[in-house]
Write a protein of this length. Structure first.
Length: 144
């Protein structure tokens, strides 16, 4: 039985869409939420376009710049409650960055199933963002 050409093209385009949807950049996040981006001051817009944040940013601004965090934590102390967003970077055994979204979807580098763990992966914290009252009060990031 011969596979129709349109079916092959349809599968190829669906696969391409799946790959592209996993890659989130500031540009794609801005396109998805143009109204939130348009409300910001020009200096804030420039930082977000570069994937950077600043003290005083709200959660929406951080989401535009960095995307969804890999983990969220709450810290309670005498001064109140702080929400902490943690962003990771995935590296292989040689220290080369891997595309983190493949791991979130259960796939490893080069589409090896995650249970094979090939090539070996290591997660490293890349950035930690601290919020109090819905605003960034501090952030820590790995220096190159």
């Amino acid at each position: 039985m011969k596979t129709p050409r349109t079916l092959i093209l349809l599968l190829a385009s669906a696969f391409s869409f799946l790959l592209a949807s996993g890659c989130s950049t500031p540009e794609t996040r801005i396109r998805k939420n143009p109204d939130a981006f348009a409300r910001l001051a020009p200096a804030q817009q420039e930082l977000i376009k570069k994937g950077q944040i600043a003290v005083g940013f709200d959660e929406t601004m951080v989401l535009l710049a960095l995307g969804d965090p890999d983990r969220k934590r709450m810290r309670h102390d005498a001064d109140g409650t702080t929400e902490i967003w943690i962003y990771w970077r995935w590296n292989n055994a040689d220290g080369m960055p891997l595309h983190a979204s493949w791991y979130h979807r259960g796939w490893g580098d080069h589409f090896y199933p995650h249970y094979m763990d090939y090539p070996p992966r290591h997660e490293r914290e890349q950035m930690r963002v601290l919020f109090r009252g819905g605003k960034v009060t501090a952030f820590e990031n790995e220096t190159p």
